[in-house]
Design a binder for this molecule. Structure first.
Ligand code: ATP
Length: 444
């Protein structure tokens, strides 16, 4: 993990939030490359979950909602973690994460054994809306995006005229005042979720739970996460929410252990029923054939953007050797991102920066590619160095413009370039006119 965290900072994927002031525990900023990676992930999720389906529509809800939402959903009462204090060093610890030594719980901070009894700690960030800070103005930053989908269920149903089964998807920020944020971005206090609420008839619930588990596994494979590193945990009855008829956790083998990337839960009609009862507004679905009204059941695949970004970086990280400009093998760090999610798709290099025709041609290639993908232009340093810099940030393709491109070695090679592939380091000679088609096919 240390190598990954240091690469993330050095190359501009992820920085500590408020770093110059000593940081803020559990908050992270994405730099120039991190934001591209994150955006590609979210875009691909949206493409497969919304655009490529007839049965899912999207929405974008507010982060602040009426406090009544959090009372009805059960979050105000029960969205808690058990917390324990160490009386020796005053550390606040999550009770379910305290290590034991010879069967005795011990503070991971100072080794102290004098711990308080567990107490419930609500994970929602409390805030006040408006100019008065009193009981009537309290609300919370949302701890999940799902609730705005439930409370807008009727509006979205009416405007989209969907028939069951159908889903509403959302990507957005969520906030949890985690007791012990840790493992880099894995457990943060501010993070993003990609959630789908897929509404169905009660009798379809169990089957659709299986369907969505498989769809979601396929998604992770499609963004480059090896199937062997993914695990499906069937959440046991005792650990499942009382209203859920089945829950799977999709886990990934992070360097710090096997941990949850996404939960896929069959939540029955719990959420819509709660909001219908509390608001007094009908949230039912009218089945025209059976002339019957009922509250739909729901399957929820709920994924973390930041956790998936971290998994993508962990999965991509590799070290191997590559020849330098003189053919000598040297070690390289390479991020083997799937071209689909790589922050930069293609780097363009003029062989020499002081030869104007090479630079002009390279600039022309950049302009040709730019409408189709994120391209990076680099003219400084030896070509081997430039390749190496791109390998380290996971750019799958590199294009070099040389004297052959300018036609100096005959017309056969005029307007052709060298296209180098990051993983195999193989180089092929390609016509500039074919570049767009060839690359677009490999990155989509
Ligand atoms: P955990 O058990 O790890 O706390 P959870 O089961 O509480 O997670 P859910 O409520 O199911 O998580 O949230 C759905 C998804 O949101 C998680 O699978 C995860 O990817 C993401 N997520 C939840 N909490 C955090 C967090 N503190 N930091 C980053 N991502 C999170």
């Amino acid at each position: 993990m240390e190598k990954i965290v240091s690469l993330c900072k050095r190359r501009g994927f992820i920085f500590q939030s408020s770093e110059i002031y000593g940081g803020l525990n559990g908050a992270w900023d994405y730099g120039p490359l991190g934001v591209e990676l994150k955006r590609n992930l979210k875009d691909y999720w949206w493409r497969t979950m919304v655009h490529e389906r007839d049965d899912v529509v999207g929405m974008d809800g507010s982060i602040l909602m009426n406090r009544a939402v959090w009372k009805a959903s059960g979050h105000e009462e029960t969205f808690t973690d058990p917390m324990v204090d160490c009386r020796t060093c005053k550390a606040r610890l999550r009770a379910d994460q305290i290590p034991q030594k010879n069967g005795v719980p011990q503070c991971p901070n100072c080794g102290g054994k004098d711990l308080t009894e567990p107490r419930s700690f609500n994970l929602m960030f409390k805030t006040y809306v408006g100019a008065t800070e009193d009981e009537s103005s309290i609300t919370y930053l949302r701890p999940e995006t799902a609730q705005s989908i439930f409370v807008q269920f009727k509006n979205v149903l009416d405007v989209s005229r969907k028939k069951l089964p159908f889903g509403i998807a959302q990507i957005g920020k969520a906030f949890r005042n985690e007791i012990n944020p840790r493992n880099f971005t894995f457990r943060s206090r501010e993070f993003e979720q990609m959630e789908l609420e897929y509404f169905c008839r009660p009798e379809q619930g169990m089957e659709l739970l299986e369907y969505w588990k498989e769809e979601r596994l396929k998604f992770y494979e499609d963004i480059g996460i090896a199937r062997e590193k993914l695990h499906v945990l069937t959440v046991p009855d005792a650990e499942r929410a009382f209203y859920s008829k089945g829950t799977y956790d999709i886990e990934y083998e992070f360097p710090f252990g096997r941990q949850e990337l996404e939960g896929v839960a069959y939540r029955t009609d719990y959420d819509l029923s709660q909001h219908q009862n509390a608001s007094g507004k009908p949230l039912e679905y009218f089945d025209e054939e059976a002339k019957q009204k009922f509250i739909p059941h729901v399957i929820e695949p709920s994924a973390g953007v930041d956790r998936t970004v971290l998994a993508l970086i962990c999965e991509a990280y590799d070290e191997d050797t590559a020849p330098d400009d003189k053919g000598k093998q040297e070690s390289r760090i390479v991020l083997r991102f799937s071209p689909r999610i790589a922050p930069i798709k293609c780097a363009v290099f003029p062989l020499l920066k002081n030869k104007e025709p090479l630079v002009a041609k390279a600039r022309a290639v950049v302009n040709l590619l730019r409408p189709h993908m994120n391209v990076f232009y680099d003219e400084t340093g030896a070509i081997g160095r430039r390749y190496r810099r791109q390998d380290e940030i996971g750019t799958p393709f590199g294009i070099t413009i040389d004297f052959e491109t300018l036609g100096e070695r005959g017309d056969d090679f005029r307007d052709t370039v060298t296209l180098r592939e990051r993983d195999s380091m193989k180089q092929e000679r390609v016509k500039i006119a074919d570049l767009v088609q060839l690359l677009v096919a490999r990155i989509s």
